[in-house]
Write a protein that binds this ligand. Structure first.
Ligand code: NFS
Length: 644
């Protein structure tokens, strides 16, 4: 069994692992002890794309001296195998983000068509803002005068155009036009402008099939095209349409960690990624009818909380507190106080069903593409046409389950206050200027050196690393060195849990320059930008910084760097690569499956910079990791002539 103190730096997590062990409920932390990863797979050079394999090409001891003669049965080299595996991860990640985006586009279209009555357009201003990118007019000429078009008409046209981004037969992804001009030119020159979302993913599956593309550079070209289709396509559309439908986030106060659950309340946890159902669950939990029903059953009320990116979505827009990160999902049930866990898609452990069996928790799957084989799992398929009805059914089921709790409940007392809800718009509001460029205050403070640079710290937790340690060490090191941090995903949940998202954190953790800026404008040094599809917000924030002037002409000119300290999912690889291809030096923690193919690895770590201005790196040591990012930021400051 794992020692809880080795598994996490978070006391709530440690206490719950201890409890799990006492109750003999197995968790991911224990499994990580008993099952070790495959050393060959970790190097990225196991090919199982045909039935003559799996072919395994481990690096010889002492590395390659002379010619690299390793090959699979068909002759595939280590570079080919490694590149195929890498871009298949991009395909998986881009598919996950983008299929989520497609679902949102479908809901948006049915709202625009007035077929779905439980949703409405909450942010018409954003709709008008994005319409021109889809070539949808927002005004019309009437009797020689220009007047605003009807918002429902605009919605309908935007919905149709957005939906077409997944499978249109011609043209390229429309949002590519939002990138800085020089970046668009680089993409055109390299031939990586994405055509439509689905095609780029399908083409990866084709090219990596046995006997197709056998040139790691050409394979990677397609990887780049698919990653860009994710970041500047599927993910960005997901973010925008969610904002239009559910409202664009603005800063709000909340809390984080398992301690947000309440013993005397009905506890419902939403977990996964798509906010279309959880938006309705939030509304259902707030309805007088449901609250009264909960009280009838002996509860004081309903406490809703979240896990993973569904948590981030409902946090950003409603202040619903996250109960934990990816690695805390089993632990939330082990409290014994979780009356229902409602899951949608992605990052959901199948072991939740086994854990739920040991408690009274109802585990409810809601998405047709994400079901579980275990018999104790309840499937309530969500349909946007009767969204509220479905949500109420789920909430009612949780309330009905409240009296079934056993007396053995233990909610750790740890929770932390946080300010979340940032975005491109709110950064503009807080760090913008009234008279000059939009992001003037931010740029000005970067130029004068109070802010050394910008870091995006994002991504998962990984049971192979100590839960939250890398996230928190890296973020603290960055802000101590006056680097402002934008964060999303489980990294953001971790930052919230560890108290880095309050304005007060500036005085405690920041260097003097960043502290001064944060204190003056009243923001935390670590800004929560949302879920993982909201990494598109970081791309757009970076673009705004370029546009505001004084810091070069492209994202690659900015004193900025990216990081995924505890990554584990294919989605993280897609995100990492669209950051690299957008000009960002991007450092991953733990390990990347590239070690077995040193030439391909160099291609990602070095040659990418010549093409896009950004490149990959990997550094498991969190302090060194942060300092690699800072060194890159300093290099860019020097190039800009602002290094004094
Ligand atoms: Ni991102 Fe969000 Fe978390 Fe990783 Fe999973 S929840 S989409 S993949 S684990 S950050």
């Amino acid at each position: 069994l794992v020692d809880p103190r080795d598994a996490s730096i978070d006391p709530a997590t440690q206490e719950m692992i201890q409890r799990a062990q006492r109750l003999q409920v197995e968790t991911v932390f224990d499994r990580a002890m008993t099952m070790k990863p495959c050393a060959i797979g970790m190097q990225g050079i196991c090919c199982k794309n045909c039935a003559m394999g799996p072919c395994r090409l481990p690096l010889p001891k002492g590395g390659i001296t002379g010619e690299d003669t390793r090959k699979g049965l068909c002759g595939a080299t280590a570079n080919t195998i490694c590149a195929r595996n890498f871009i298949r991860m991009i395909a998986g990640g881009a598919a996950a983000h983008s299929d989520h985006g497609r679902s949102v586009a479908e809901v948006f279209r049915s709202v625009a068509r007035k077929e779905s009555h439980d949703y409405s357009i909450k942010d018409p201003i954003k709709l008008v803002d994005i319409a021109p990118y889809f070539d949808v007019a927002t005004t019309v000429e009437v009797d020689g005068k220009t007047v605003d078009r009807d918002i429902d008409e605009i919605a309908l046209e935007v919905a149709e155009a957005a939906y077409a981004e997944w499978g249109k037969p011609e043209g390229s992804i429309k949002y590519v036009k939002r990138a800085p001009k020089p970046l668009q030119e680089k993409w055109a020159q390299e031939g990586v402008v994405p055509r439509n979302v689905d095609r780029e993913i399908v083409e990866i599956m084709h090219r990596t099939h046995m006997g197709v593309d056998q040139d790691y550079k050409n394979l990677m070209k397609q990887g780049t095209r698919a990653a860009l289709a994710d970041g500047w396509g599927g993910s960005m559309i997901a973010t925008d349409l969610q904002d239009v439908l559910f409202g664009t986030p603005s800063p709000l106060q909340s809390e984080a960690n398992l301690g947000v659950m309440k013993e005397d309340h009905v506890n419902i946890i939403v977990h996964g990624h798509e906010p279309v159902l959880s938006e309705m669950v939030v509304a259902a939990c707030q309805s007088q009818e449901m609250i009264a029903y909960a009280q009838e059953k002996g509860a004081k009320g309903i406490q809703l909380s979240g896990i993973c990116c569904t948590a981030n979505e409902v946090l950003q827009r409603h202040g619903v507190p996250p109960a934990g990160t990816f690695l805390q999902q089993e632990l939330a049930i082990i409290t014994g106080a979780c009356d229902a866990m409602v899951v949608d898609i992605q990052c959901i452990f199948q072991n939740l069903a086994n854990v739920a069996k040991c408690f009274h928790t109802k585990l409810i799957t809601t998405h047709p593409i994400a079901r579980m084989e275990q018999e104790n799992v309840i499937h309530i398929e969500f349909d946007e046409h009767h969204a509220m009805e479905d949500a109420k059914r789920i909430v009612k089921m949780a309330i009905d389950n409240f009296p079934n709790r056993s007396a053995d409940v233990m909610i750790p007392r740890h929770k932390t206050a946080q300010i979340a809800g940032f975005g491109v718009e709110s950064i503009r509001y807080h760090l913008g200027g009234t008279f000059r460029g939009d992001y003037y205050t931010l740029n000005d403070n970067i130029i004068n050196g109070r802010i050394r640079g910008i870091a995006g710290v994002v991504g998962c937790n990984n049971a192979r690393t100590k839960h939250n340690e890398e996230h928190i060490t890296i973020i603290k090191e960055l802000i101590k060195n006056d680097v402002i941090v934008l964060t999303t995903g489980c990294s953001a949940i971790a930052a919230g849990m560890h108290g880095l998202m309050t304005p007060g954190a500036a005085a405690v953790h920041c260097g003097p320059g960043l502290a001064e800026v944060c204190e003056t404008v009243g923001i935390p040094p670590v800004l929560h930008l949302g879920s993982c599809v909201d990494n598109s917000r970081i791309l757009l924030a970076a673009t705004e910084v370029v546009r505001a002037g004084g810091l070069g002409n492209d994202i690659s000119d900015l004193p900025a760097a990216g990081s995924a300290p505890e990554w584990m999912s294919e989605k993280a690889i897609s995100i990492g690569h669209y950051f690299v291809a957008s000009g960002v030096y991007t450092v991953f923690g733990y390990s990347l499956p590239l070690e077995g193919a040193p030439v391909f690895k160099d291609y990602l770590y070095k040659d990418m910079e010549r093409m896009y201005g950004g490149m990959w790196d990997c550094e498991p040591d969190p302090v060194k990791h942060a300092h690699k990012m800072i060194a890159h930021i300093d290099k860019k400051r020097k190039e800009l002539g602002i290094d004094k």
